[in-house]
Design a protein around this ligand. Structure first.
Ligand SMILES: [Zn+2]
Length: 397
């Protein structure tokens, strides 16, 4: 088993179910908090568990530079390294190479870039992106794509999409050949070999076989710029290559929000109904709710955590900028409608003071509330889907 989506309820285009991964089940549609450097900034893993986070995102680019893939691989992979036994998804590193490096150079082979930390030269190819993500050992890993810039001309968008398709094929062939090298498969593969050699019990053999089948899942990424026809073609040809899940990439790159929405809704129509659909790097609480209601299963965004560190909080009554002086003596909870540990305990006045005094706790508490708000938003959407027409139970592989 790598990863499969079990859909239990549908309502319109929306679906609710479970993503079954080697590290546990994830209720979908799901919002995945971003843990860039094997850490959701300011929030410890036990708090993430209390918040009922079931899957985290890690950034390959950042982990590759610090502490390095080899270090994490030798520690048994990202799950063990960061003491997180629930699901993890890593991106390919491509997006950060494109967004953090003005001096990058893209060729057929891959992309040359300089570290944003010390300027050292590096090269990321589809094969290297796979090697790095297999070494990190997330449950779901992403093909290396070229994130087409906005705006882009018609020929440029096509060339970029074609490059992403060629890279997707190279990612898949490398992954198929090397997927058994995932750090957490190693002990289990050894178990299987010894089970084969010795007269192990049927139970041990069965368990070892089951364990060996637990591998990572590689998702393909649809590109095509802001051109609906190219998006359709990209979806069709990525599906032809064949992946257990598909992402919509290349959005939130500066285009107007309505355009993002048009591209997402139209691309969704071209993706398989029975496989996970992941919308990368989007959006506000309203947007993630809308996209989940439109049939997206997975989303990630730095917005709740990044905004929290800047004192911007999402509440049931809209955005609150906690730094404002008007909250200095406000005894009320940040969000009267929120049952998170922050809103249950602290006043706006206290949160405002922590922020104004630049206390570390401000970042922690603000992040906890914002993450809770995003996760609660998705819980509400899941309940909305399940409350819809009693759907046929559909299980797909
Ligand atoms: Zn709260």
């Amino acid at each position: 088993m790598a990863v499969r989506l079990q859909i239990d309820a549908t309502r319109g285009s929306a679906r609710a179910g479970k993503l079954i991964t080697p590290h546990g089940e994830v209720e979908t549609p799901v919002f995945m908090p971003v843990g860039t450097l094997a850490s959701v900034k300011g929030v410890s893993q036990d708090v993430l568990e209390d918040l009922d986070v079931q899957i985290l995102l890690g950034n390959t680019y950042h982990l590759y530079l610090r502490p390095g893939v080899e270090t994490i691989r030798q520690m048994g992979g990202l799950h063990r390294f960061m003491s997180w036994d629930r699901a993890i998804l890593t991106d390919s590193g491509g997006f950060q190479v494109f967004s953090l490096n003005d001096l990058r150079k893209v060729s057929e082979e891959g992309v040359a870039f300089r570290s944003h930390l010390d300027g050292s030269p590096h090269f990321l190819s589809p094969e290297k992106a796979m090697e790095a993500q297999i070494g990190l050992g997330a449950d779901i890993i992403m093909a290396l794509d070229e994130c087409t810039e906005y705006p882009a001309g018609a020929q440029r968008a096509r060339d970029s999409m074609e490059l992403t398709l060629r890279w997707a094929e190279r990612c898949k062939s490398y992954f198929e050949e090397h997927k058994h090298e995932v750090p957490w498969a190693r002990t289990e593969a050894a178990e299987l070999r010894s089970a084969g050699r010795t007269r192990a019990s049927a139970h041990t053999r069965a368990r070892a076989t089951q364990a060996v089948e637990a591998t990572q899942a590689l998702f393909g990424i649809v590109q095509g710029g802001m051109d609906l026809e190219l998006r359709r073609e990209s979806a069709g040809r990525t599906i032809d290559i064949g992946f257990p899940g598909y992402a919509i990439g290349g959005l939130s790159v500066g285009e107007p929000r309505e355009l993002t929405r048009d591209i997402v809704l139209s691309t969704l129509e071209h993706l398989p109904c029975n496989q996970p659909r992941y919308l990368m790097g989007v959006g506000t609480p309203e947007e993630i709710a809308q996209y989940a209601q439109s049939g997206v299963d997975m989303m990630d965004c730095v917005l709740p955590t990044r905004a929290a560190r800047h004192g911007l909080l999402f509440t049931s009554e809209g955005k609150v900028s906690i730094k404002q002086a008007r909250y200095a003596q406000d005894e009320s909870a940040l969000d009267a409608g929120c049952d998170c540990r922050v809103c249950q305990r602290y006043s706006r006045a206290y949160l405002r003071h922590l922020y104004a005094a630049n206390e570390l706790l401000a970042q922690v508490l603000n992040t906890v509330h914002n993450l809770h708000y995003y996760l609660a938003t998705m819980r509400t959407v899941r309940a909305w889907i399940r409350a819809g027409n009693a759907a046929r139970a559909v299980t797909t592989r």
